[in-house]
Structures are given as C-alpha cells and as structure tokens.
Design a protein. Structure first.
Length: 731
C-alpha cells in the first residue's frame, strides 16, 4: 500500500500510527528515505536500517522468513528506485508487506493507493482553534474570529502543518491580520509551473512567511537546528548556536513559542528540540544561502566527536547506559556528521567512528558500526596514523565478526595485528589477539581461540588491565566449553566475574553470567544452568542487549530441552529467534534457528524444521560459513535423507569427512547417526551397528552437547535393527 498526498498532509504520521497497530512475527521496520540522495543505494539504506550486511540479496533472505512489514517513508525523490526494489522484494517473497509514503504512487501491479486528503474545513478550523488556544489562553473561536479562521484554513487548503504554523502567530497577530498576510503569500502555493517538488510548492510560502517574521538571531537559531537530522539535545543545540554567533539558547525557546520547534522531554528528563521535516528543509536551504553551512556542520560534527570521546572513555564501566542512550538517540545525527566529515574533515570522522565503536559493539550494531568505521578510515586514507588505523581496524573486525562478515573481519584483524607489531605496541598487539580470539570462536575454531586469548592475557595481566583481562577470560571460557574443558572454563568465568563486578560493565557481566550458565549446563546441573541463563537473558532484555538476550535464550532453550521440557524449549527458542532478528545479530539468530529446527524435527514438525534449516544454510553460505555452518549442513542432509533425498548419503559422507578433519565431535555423532539410519534402511545391519557404535563412543565424550532428542536418526536406526528389518519407513 502507498499513502500519497501533498507535503504537510500527515502521511508519515498516519503510516507510523498504522504500523504501531501491527505486530507481525518479523517486526515492523521504518525506513526514512528523506535523507537519501540520488547517489545512495536504496537496498543498502534499507539493509542498514535492518542491521543486515550487504544489500538486495540479504534483504530477500531476511524477508523470506517470518511475515514482516516494511514502512518506506518519503519516497517521492527516489520513487523509481524504491518502486524497483519493492517490486523485486515482493516478487521474491510472500512474507513481506510494504507500506510506502510519498507524493506519488509507486505504480506497481497490485498496489493499493490511499490518497490522504487535506483536512475538511470543519477539522481544519478545529485544529487551528485548538493550537491557537495552546499558544494564547485567551483565544476563543467565536462569531468575531470564526470567519477569519475559516478564511485562513481555506487559503491553506487544509494542510495541517501550514495551519499549525498560522495558528502559532496568534501570540503577536490577530486572526484577521493572519488572514490578510496569507493573501499575499499564497500566490506561490498556486503556481502550477514551478519546477520545485510539490512538497515545497505546498509549504514553502507558509514556512517562508513565518521565517520572514523572525528576528535575525531567531533565523540563525533555525539554521542551527536544521543541522540536526533527528532533533538536538540542549547542549548540542548550544554548541551549534554558538558557532553561528547566537550565544543564548533562549532563542530556541522563542522558536518553540512560535511552534517552529517542538520540545520533547525524554524519559531521563533531558530536553530534545526537534524541527518538523519541512521546516528543517527550508531552514537548511537558508543556511546554505548564508554561506555558513560548513561552520554549522563543523560544530555539529565536533559536538558528536566530543560525545564519542566520552563514550570511548566510559562505555566499559558503570556509565555504559549513558553511552548506549547517545547512540540510540543520535543515530541519525551521527550518520549525518560522518557523511559531512568524509568530505570536509576526515580525521574528525575517524575520531567519531572509533569513539563510538565499542558502544556500537555493546549495542549490537555490527553491520552499521563496521560500515561507519571502515568508511571513515577509507575517507581519511594517509591522514590517519598507523596507531589510529590499527585501532579502527580492531573495532571494525569485532563489529564485522558479530555481524557475520568473517572474511572481512579476518582481513582487518590481520592488518591490525601487523600494524601493532610494526609499532612494537604490546597492548595494541594484545587487543588484536583478543579480537582474533572472538573471531576464532565464531569460525568454530575453539583451540585457536584459546591460544589467541591466552596470548592477550600474557600482556594484559602484567599491565594490570582488569577489563581487558576479564573480556579475554570470557572468550577463553567459551573456547574451553567448546573443547569440553569445564574446569578451565569455570576458572576463567569466575575470575572474569570477580574482575568485572567492581568495574560495572553490564554488557560484559551479562556475558560472564551466561558463561556460568553454559558451564552449569555442561556439568549437567540443569536447574542451576537455567537460573543463570534466565537471569542473563532477562538482564540483557532490560538493558536493551537484544543480541545477548538471543544468545542466552538459545542456550536456555537447549537446557530446557535436556531437562525434558520440550514445549518450554520450543517457546524459548522462538523467543530467541525473535530477539536475534530484532537485534540485527544475524549469527545468533542463525544459531537459534538451528537449535529450534532440530527440536522441531524431534517433535515431528518436519516441514517447519526443513524451512528453518534451508534459510540458515543459505545465510551461512552467503556469509562465509563459520561456527554452526557445518552443523546446519549436517542437519539439513539428515532431514533430507529422512524425506527421501537421493543425494543425502553423499552429502552426509562429505559432512562427516569435514567434521573429522575439524575435530567437530557433535557433527561427527549426528552425521554417523544419519548414515547409520540410511544403512539400516537399506538392510546393511553391520554397517549401521558400526556407525552407531562409533557415534556412541564419541557422544560419551561430549554428554553436555547432545541428548537423546538430538539423536533422532540413532533412535530410528536402532528401531530398524531391533525390528529385524521390517519395511523401512521415514521419521
């Protein structure tokens, strides 16, 4: 559906209200296109909003799963490209619903167009009267004022924004004066030959008229606020106002009195100033005409650089929530500052990107964060020092790892390590080893991960770097769990918890809590494991760490499965899948899909399990594999064999060979089970028994990894053997 209408008619407001009433499994995503110019990629813009790597293909894969609503707002200036993308996405999946807004339709087959009309005269008058009464308490709609109010509303064609701007003048003008002034201004609104977009033709006169009535310092105040892509906190507004020679923030209060600026109070009690989009566009044009746009943009970027510096210094401690609040509230402003810096002050751009880098890690903003850091480094080129480049690459590598872009992460981290060695900087080298340890975990290489984490600890410990020691220990603990060494894992996790508690890093503490849960699971202490993991998941959700919530819910689901509570396990894994999707951490979402799929298969829901595994396999292949990729292929081949695939045996043999080479005992067991079932189905009892015995021996060494529900093929093979080769069937 496309909502169309003139500028200022309320298309965006309507779309958001409609979206709030929807709750599809895949979520509702709002993509604001008003900041997209003709050179920018629409697919990439949409993908970044969804925190996905890549462009169009990743969108198709994302929308192939649960039903999702995509709101594309303000399409008119890129309508052809939006129409092309929308058509391709809708052709590729039946699970996507698109709600677009703009001044023109997308002109697609099957498109429903909703023409949002201006307000009827009665509603227009009511809007004017209500807004005027807010501005001037003495205002009443009576016999004397009603005719002029109606005249104003008719002249403004019922456009809500224009009516509100007119009503704002009742503080200093009578309604009759307003009506007379509008008569002189609206010739522009009626000009059908104008080359300007319809939005500008409809509102420029109303905004220009209001603008002409401002004092010079008020006009500059409007210029300053126009630099902010999504509103401005008080200190940010003051920073840019000062750069334009407006030393007093009281000018913003006067603009707010005239309803040109809206004032919002956040949940933390902070003031946030916001311009309506049309007013912002108009003011930005005036700023460009003044020749001061670079001064204002530089001040805007400098304020964000200072905010980035504060985040870099405090995000690893008790002020972490403050840093997260900044990147959440100022996302659009950060984007705008980085865009300006790439052309005008590349070193400032690197400072902004690297300063916010670890906050993006904590926030789970891997895709966009990595893009920002790499783009800033590329724009700066030789202007950055080797140390600055290494620092940026380390951040990019971690962000890319969390986003599933493992090949790029490896390249960036290898370069960072080389630079650290050239600089003979031990701490920088240790940082590279720690980030590489995280990468090795995601690649499914726990022994290498443990070696990298150990290398970092040999540097961090003598330097007394408690936070760095603790984070390396968390990674080492996870690697030890993967290797089956619960003793070392427990020691590392407990030490990490002791170090992190006084530091107050909530993100790292939740990770440590989750590790203790995983360790309890490995030791068979399922009630203890469930308690740790439920606490870690709840804390993650409360703090807004949706990626971590998904991780801990995934592990909790496995614990519930082992405890025999299949229904609860399925519900928990479904929650993990939703949290992973909302967080943008596609690698964790993939893990949740795999675990849910094998539990659904054990419950007899083969079709759904197959869909989940096929989606996950496609994602792993597109993202370069990593931890979980081989398991997914094994489960997919196993399920395919159960449903009669002729190539299943060949695929399983290949998977088993890779698992043997990689030392992946879990996949070896599952592949052997599936091959045993195939052997039993064709009557080869001896081969089936040999394969099952091999799988049983392997499984005895990893009792915490697999349970009987995971070994569906083994159960079926044993039934076939014990039945004396009755007619083979399928699971």
């Amino acid at each position: 559906m496309t909502v169309v209408g003139p500028a200022g008619v309320g298309k965006t407001r309507l779309a958001i209200e409609v979206a709030r009433g929807l709750a599809p499994p895949g979520g509702v995503w709002l993509v604001r296109l008003d900041g997209v110019d003709t050179t920018m990629s629409i697919p990439r813009t949409v993908a970044e909003t969804l925190r996905l790597p890549g462009g169009k293909q990743m969108l198709v894969e994302r929308f192939t799963g649960a039903e999702t609503v995509l709101v594309l707002d303000n399409c008119e200036h890129v309508v052809d490209r939006v129409a092309e993308l929308t058509s391709e996405l809708l052709d590729a999946t039946t699970q996507l619903r698109v709600l677009a807004t703009g001044q023109v339709r997308l002109d697609l087959d099957g498109e429903t167009v909703y023409q949002l009309a201006p307000l009827p005269i009665a509603d227009s008058v009511a809007l004017f009267a209500g807004r005027a009464a807010e501005i001037r308490k003495q205002f009443v709609l009576d016999v004397e004022t009603a005719p002029s109010v109606e005249e104003v509303c008719l002249s403004l064609e019922g456009l809500p924004l224009a009516i509100e701007l007119a009503a704002a003048r009742v503080r200093s003008l009578s309604v009759q004066d307003i009506a007379r002034r509008l008569d002189d201004r609206f010739a522009l609104l009626q000009d059908p030959t104008s080359r300007r977009p319809e939005r500008r033709r409809a509102l420029a006169a109303a905004i220009g008229w209001s603008y002409e009535l401002l004092f010079p310092d008020e006009q500059r105040g409007l210029w300053a606020l126009s630099c902010f892509a999504d509103g401005a906190p008080l200190d940010a507004a003051e920073h840019v106002l000062a750069a334009l020679g407006v030393p007093q923030a009281s000018v913003v209060d006067r603009l707010a009195d005239r309803s040109l600026v809206s004032v919002e109070i956040t949940s933390e009690g902070a003031v946030h100033y916001r311009l309506l989009d049309s007013i912002r566009d108009f003011a930005l044009d005036r700023l460009r005409e003044s020749g001061l746009v670079d001064d204002a943009r530089a001040a805007h970027a400098a304020w964000l650089a200072e905010a980035a510096d504060r985040c870099d210094a405090t995000v690893r401690g008790k002020r972490q929530p403050d840093c997260l609040a900044v990147v959440r509230a100022e996302r659009a402003n950060i984007d705008a500052a980085l865009t300006w810096s790439a052309e005008h002050d590349q070193q400032l751009g690197v400072r902004i990107a690297t300063g916010f880098g670890w906050t993006w890690v904590v926030h789970g903003d891997g895709v966009a964060g990595a893009t920002h850091v790499r783009s800033a480094l590329q724009a700066a080129g030789s202007l950055v020092t080797a140390r600055e480049r290494a620092t940026g690459l380390l951040l990019a590598g971690w962000l890319e790892t969390s986003a599933g872009n493992l090949d790029q992460a490896e390249a960036d981290l290898d370069e960072a390590l080389d630079l650290a060695k050239q600089l003979a900087d031990d701490q920088l080298r240790a940082d590279a080893h720690r980030q590489l340890a995280f990468l090795r975990i995601q690649q499914g290489r726990p022994q290498d991960a443990l070696e990298q984490a150990t290398a970092s600890l040999t540097v961090y410990r003598p330097l007394g770097l408690d936070w760095e020691v603790a984070t390396s220990l968390v990674i080492a603990s996870y690697a030890s769990i993967m290797l089956g060494d619960t003793t070392s894992a427990t020691e590392a996790a407990n030490e990490a918890m002791q170090l992190l508690t006084p530091i107050g890093d909530s993100w790292a503490l939740v990770h440590a809590d989750g590790m203790l849960g995983a360790i309890a699971q490995a030791g068979g202490r399922l009630d203890e494991a469930a308690s740790f993991l439920a606490r870690a998941a709840a804390a993650s959700e409360r703090l807004g760490f949706l990626g971590q919530a998904a991780l801990h819910l995934t592990t909790l689901g496995r614990v519930e499965q082992r405890a025999g509570n299949t229904v609860a396990a399925i519900e928990t894994l479904e929650r993990a899948l939703v949290a992973g999707g909302h967080s943008g951490d596609v690698r964790i979402a993939a893990t949740a899909r795999v675990n849910l799929a094998r539990l659904l298969r054990a419950s007899g829901r083969l079709d759904t399990a197959l869909i989940l595994l096929e989606q996950t396999d496609r994602w792993y292949r597109a993202s370069g594999g990593g931890d979980g990729a081989l398991l997914t292929r094994c489960l997919l081949a196993s399920l395919s064999s159960a449903t009669g695939s002729a190539r299943a045996a060949e695929q399983l043999a290949s998977v088993l060979e890779e698992a043997l080479s990689a030392g992946d005992a879990e996949v070896q067991v599952l592949a052997s089970d599936a091959l045993a079932r195939l052997a039993a189905d064709r009557g080869d009892l001896r081969a089936a028994q040999r394969l099952l015995q091999s799988a049983d021996d392997l499984r005895s060494g990893i009792p915490h990894v697999l349970d009987d529900l995971d070994r569906v093929d083994a159960q079926l093979a044993r039934l076939r053997i014990s039945s004396g080769f009755d007619q083979p069937g399928v699971c």
